[in-house]
Write a protein that binds this ligand. Structure first.
Ligand code: HDD
Length: 756
């Protein structure tokens, strides 16, 4: 009854090669009619969305349910029509004066078709242009009910959500696994209207005041002259800005840590970043920070792996999210809050809660779970949903209010404003994905892309002509009741408070909280990024910033750059580490992990089949890798190959199992009676693609298992059989059992530190 096991069974059914050859049904799937790939000659309705796909469930701007009709309105009837619904008999030939004659201006269909195509693109988001999204459900535990009156946070309330993940710097078509912050934006379609939590996977921000947002983004985006590099922070303008502007130090350090290269969107934490103010039914207020905790744990790539993926599968994160949902392995997060008393100074344990470059360590204020998010449906149209969704930090519901964080204040302006250019006018809330599920009865009228047909004559208040409608909610149910916070008496100034001036103690806490291997990765990242800068002065300034965080960090990066390490210019902060910040040292569920099962031409197919089934039974995904695509073996026992040596690459797998042979003394990868200590000729007898796959998996700290008959292939790849996390077993399933606990730890950390 475990949903993960059920999902795994679904995957098994889909992957199983038992019995059915292509002529009997869908390749590999018994008893299912093969679809015809010939062009149909009879009209029929468009194909329905796949079971894992859905469009937004909406009401019209005036509150009428539209639901699934939305999709039907967009594409209905069997015949091709123009935009006016008139049927067409040809869409492949322009209207010409004779077959070789000139095309005629009166070809209305040609003009409409090309005119519409010419305008298909809208401006990409100025930041967070590259994104992927999914629908889901948020279920509240009710544990926040004492601190907020928000209806969707009462006990056991289910709220539909749409979540969009993104990188920040890259264009829409850029690669997924670049080193960058990730956006984590959630739209809750609550019964009281839309609430948007527009957060990131990093809990702090580069700047403390929104007026500097254009500066930090101009610095991070490609250089204006050559427009390079794409989606990278490893260049002069970024490092020029963040080293001159030291409030960026904390966020930059998180970016240089493993958090900057997540393994999957499903294994990222999310943060609301700012401090928000919750208001309960009695009008009492509490300051909070929002957290998303992934059920699968927080996991990252290693840098070399991320770079390889950007070449071999630039859509890695997007694909992973959609595949997981389609396979039924629905990603889950727990929603939590850290709570702080709403005191006049808005600080907690000396930490200024209005400064978005600060975190509050979980050891000081534990994250209290208040609900669960499950993403269970893929969008059915990328443009209509993922591209047109519009988030706004000012989309708030009663019970959730903002604070005076100056970064948040500027955001409250920016997110509405940007949609005017991006979505072409102020009616973007009427786009299906943006429509609230609560009935809308506003007095906003007309403008571009108005799709509502408003009734009545009096979109103003007070009125008598429309019966006085719409009425106002009472103060107990209405939103935007500003909390009567006292504003300290002061003069108008362009200044930051004194408490915003400490830029190094929080970064030092982060550094001290890292395990040795995480520190090694941070050193590697700074060495790489500063090493990519041309200007010597920028590298030197970068080292100065590091010296103010920690002398060892500075010395190691300086050594890598071949420059002297400067001394600190501020006293090093005396801070306690926060163990919750480290990603290493925990054990996590292995649901959805991908195990590559590599077999050679003479491999033990029985063993491969048994391992595949055992992997599925664990709720993980087995991918069989063989010299060529197609099937392994014949008849009822045939095994479907998911990756050939040409299409497989180590980066896709969390662990690799190397199939042995059924016979003793043979070698599954071709060479016979191979012994350890192969000479170069013997090594060359092994397929170099398998050797590359194994050596990469080894370098990247992945669990590797091999069973009898595969030892020499390991040897040929230079993978020592006695290294940590390398298991040589008697049988496939026996070997798998021994690597399971390694997968739970994400990587074989003992194999690091290594400069990858
Ligand atoms: Fe922002 C998009 C997150 C500061 C201005 N931001 C955007 C998205 C995320 C964030 C996740 C993508 C939303 C989507 O998927 O459509 N932004 C943040 C966080 C910040 C932050 C966590 C700091 C705590 N942003 C920030 C500032 C400004 C903006 C200070 C402007 C002053 N952000 C925008 C924007 C974007 C945006 C220009 C681009 C596209 C959009 O809004 O709809 O308005």
């Amino acid at each position: 009854d475990n949903p993960i096991k059920q999902a795994a069974r679904k995957v098994t059914d889909a992957l199983r090669g038992d019995g059915a050859g292509p002529e009997e049904g869908i390749p590999g799937k018994p008893g299912v009619e093969s679809p015809s790939f010939a062009e149909p000659t009879e009209p029929h309705d468009p194909l329905p969305p796949k079971p894992d796909q859905t469009g937004p469930d909406t009401v019209s701007p005036t509150g009428q349910p539209t639901g699934a009709d939305q999709a039907r309105m967009a594409q209905s009837g069997a015949y091709l029509t123009n935009a006016q619904g008139t049927r067409l008999y040809d869409t492949d030939h322009s209207l010409k004066a004779g077959p070789r004659g000139p095309v005629l201006l009166q070809d209305h269909h040609l003009r409409e078709k090309v005119m519409h195509f010419d305008h298909e693109r809208i401006p990409e988001r100025v930041v967070h242009a590259r994104g992927s999204a999914a629908h889901g459900v948020f279920t509240s535990y009710g544990t926040a009910a004492s601190v907020t009156k928000a209806a969707f946070l009462a006990e056991d309330v289910e709220t539909p959500v749409f979540v969009r993940f993104s990188t920040v710097l890259g264009s829409r078509g850029s690669a997924d696994t670049v080193r960058d912050t990730r956006g984590f934006a959630t739209k809750f379609y609550t019964s009281e209207g839309v609430f948007d939590l527009v957060g990131n996977n990093i809990p702090v921000f580069f700047i403390q005041d929104a007026i500097k947002f254009p500066d930090v983004i101009h610095a991070g985006k490609p250089h204006p002259d050559r427009e390079i590099p794409q989606a990278q922070s490893a260049h002069d303008t970024f490092w020029d800005f963040v080293t001159l502007h030291t409030e960026a130090t904390h966020h930059t350090l998180w970016n240089m840590s493993d958090r900057g290269i997540p393994r999957s969107l499903r294994t990222m934490e999310g943060f609301g970043v700012h401090t928000f103010r919750l208001v309960n039914a009695a009008g009492e207020t509490t300051l909070v920070k929002f957290h998303w905790k992934p059920k699968l744990g927080v996991h990252s790539l290693v840098w070399e792996e991320a770079q390889i993926i950007n070449g071999v599968d630039p859509d890695f994160h997007r694909r992973d999210l959609a595949d997981a949902i389609e396979a039924g392995a629905h990603p889950e997060w727990e929603f939590g809050i850290q709570t702080f008393p709403d005191t006049p100074d808005q600080t907690f344990e000396g930490i200024d809660l209005l400064d978005p470059t600060n975190i509050v360590p979980e050891e000081l204020a534990p994250v209290q779970p208040i609900g669960k998010l499950v993403l269970d449906r893929n969008p059915s149209n990328f443009f209509a949903e993922t591209e047109q969704v519009a988030f706004h930090v000012g989309h708030l519901v009663p019970g959730i209010d903002v604070t005076d964080d100056p970064l948040l204040a500027g955001r409250l302006f920016s997110y509405l404003d940007t949609q005017i250019t991006r979505l072409g006018g102020p009616n973007f809330p009427q786009i299906p994905i943006n429509r609230p599920h609560a009935p809308v009865n506003d007095m906003l009228r007309d403008s571009f892309h108005q799709t509502a047909v408003h009734r009545g004559v009096a979109p103003y208040r007070p009125n008598s002509l429309d019966g006085g409608c719409p009425f106002l909610a009472g103060a107990d149910t209405g939103a935007y009741i500003e909390t009567p916070v006292t504003v300290p008496e002061s003069k108008k100034v362009r200044e930051a408070p004194e408490s915003f001036a400490d830029h190094f103690s929080q970064p030092r806490r982060f550094w001290l909280s890292m395990s040795p291997v995480e520190r090694e990765h941070i050193i590697g990242a700074y060495t790489f990024e500063l090493g990519k800068c041309y200007e010597q002065a920028i590298k030197e300034r970068g080292l100065q910033v590091l010296a103010n965080i920690d002398p060892e960090l500075c010395a190691q990066v300086a050594a890598g750059l071949g420059l002297p390490a400067p001394s600190a210019t501020v006293p090093l902060a005396d801070v306690e580490p926060s163990p919750a910040l480290s990603q290493v040292g925990h054990t996590w569920p292995t649901d959805g992990r991908i195990v590559g099962i590599v077999t050679g031409p003479d491999g033990d197919l029985e063993g491969v089949r048994a391992v595949r089934d055992a992997v599925l039974a664990q709720g993980m995904v087995p991918l069989v890798v063989a010299p060529t695509g197609g099937k392994l073996g014949d008849g009822a026992n045939a095994l479907t190959v998911q990756r050939s040596y040409a299409t497989a690459r180590s980066v896709e797998f969390d662990a690799v199992l190397l199939a042995g042979t059924p016979g003793i003394g043979a070698d599954a990868y071709g060479a016979r009676d191979a012994k350890s200590g192969l000479d170069s000729v013997e090594r060359a007898a092994y397929d170099p693609r398998v050797a590359l796959l194994l050596s990469e998996a080894f370098r990247h700290g992945k669990a590797i298992g091999a069973w009898k008959g595969a030892e020499a292939a390991l040897e040929a790849a230079g993978v020592p059989a006695d290294a940590p996390g390398v298991i040589v077993g008697d049988s496939g399933t026996g070997t798998l059992e021994q690597i399971l606990h390694l997968l739970g730890a994400h990587r074989v950390w003992e194999r690091f530190p290594a400069q990858v």
